[in-house]
Design a protein around this ligand. Structure first.
Ligand code: ADP
Ligand code: ADP
Length: 225
């Protein structure tokens, strides 16, 4: 069973169609990267899956549920963005725990999830610091930790590396790959960077002008003769 299905998914702003009836199935545990030039509709597509943008036509299905009408909070997803959007006055622990708290997960269960995620990401020693006391790479790990503790059915990444310098980009990219291999979760990942797509993806979807131009493994998409 596909973990995510997009059926004839479309989006228009005013009279202009920017996503033109996309069909895509993402398998359980698969890491799919949406790649393509600026303005091709990657972010709009991701935001429709997240529920941050309304759907003009077609369908978004997560698991066996059509989620078109569900607000973000009621979708079983977590997002990681390029800006980390951490609360500056909360500690790392509080930042990671906040979305659990609002969902009624507290006490020992919350502590364990936070500790496990922090250890997996190598930030357990930073739990009592505030975001201002962290490097960019550490902040992005906290943003990932905040997503992981929720244990969602689907992770959405929107250009998560673009605010990092080249060295950190490599490190965090490796971290994302390891995360995917360790917890085997389904990921939909948006980037304009081909190298990122090639190193991370199980399957690459190339978007152009709001339509799918090509779908395949990194080898099929970039190394065909
Ligand atoms: P990408 O993520 O691939 O760079 P986007 O999904 O952000 O592309 O944008 C796709 C197209 O939709 C672009 O032409 C963009 O200008 C347009 N667009 C995005 N958001 C809006 C909006 N809120 N209002 C009008 N047009 C928009
Ligand atoms: P959380 O409880 O994890 O803070 P919500 O359930 O409120 O998240 O929202 C679902 C997802 O959408 C979260 O991953 C959150 O980061 C993201 N999100 C919510 N509001 C916005 C927004 N205005 N812009 C971008 N992302 C948002």
């Amino acid at each position: 069973m596909a973990s995510v299905s997009l059926r004839r998914l479309g989006k228009s702003y005013g009279g202009t169609q920017v996503v033109k009836g996309i069909d895509l199935d993402i398998a359980d545990g698969e890491l799919v990267v949406l790649v393509g030039p600026s303005g091709c509709g990657k972010s709009t597509t991701l935001r429709m899956v997240a529920g941050l943008e309304s759907v003009t036509s077609g369908e978004v299905r997560i698991g066996d549920q059509v989620v078109n009408a569900l607000p973000p909070r009621e979708r079983d997803i977590a997002m990681v963005f390029q800006d980390y959007a951490l609360y500056p006055h909360k500690t790392v622990r509080e930042n990671m725990g906040f979305s659990l708290k609002v969902r009624g997960i507290k006490g020992a269960e919350a502590d364990k999830r936070i500790q496990d995620a922090a250890e997996m990401l190598g930030i357990a020693h930073l739990l009592d610091r505030r975001p201002g006391q962290l490097s960019g790479g550490q902040r992005q790990r906290v943003a990932m930790g905040r997503a992981i503790v929720r244990r969602p059915q689907l992770f959405l990444f929107d250009e998560p590396l673009s605010n990092l310098d080249a060295k950190l980009r490599g490190e965090v990219r490796t971290e994302i790959k390891r995360l995917h291999q360790t917890i085997g979760t389904t990921i939909l990942y948006v980037t304009h960077d081909q190298v990122e797509a090639m190193t991370l993806a199980d399957r690459i979807v190339i978007l152009r002008g709001g339509e799918i131009e090509q779908v395949g493994t990194p080898d099929e998409v970039y190394n065909y003769p």
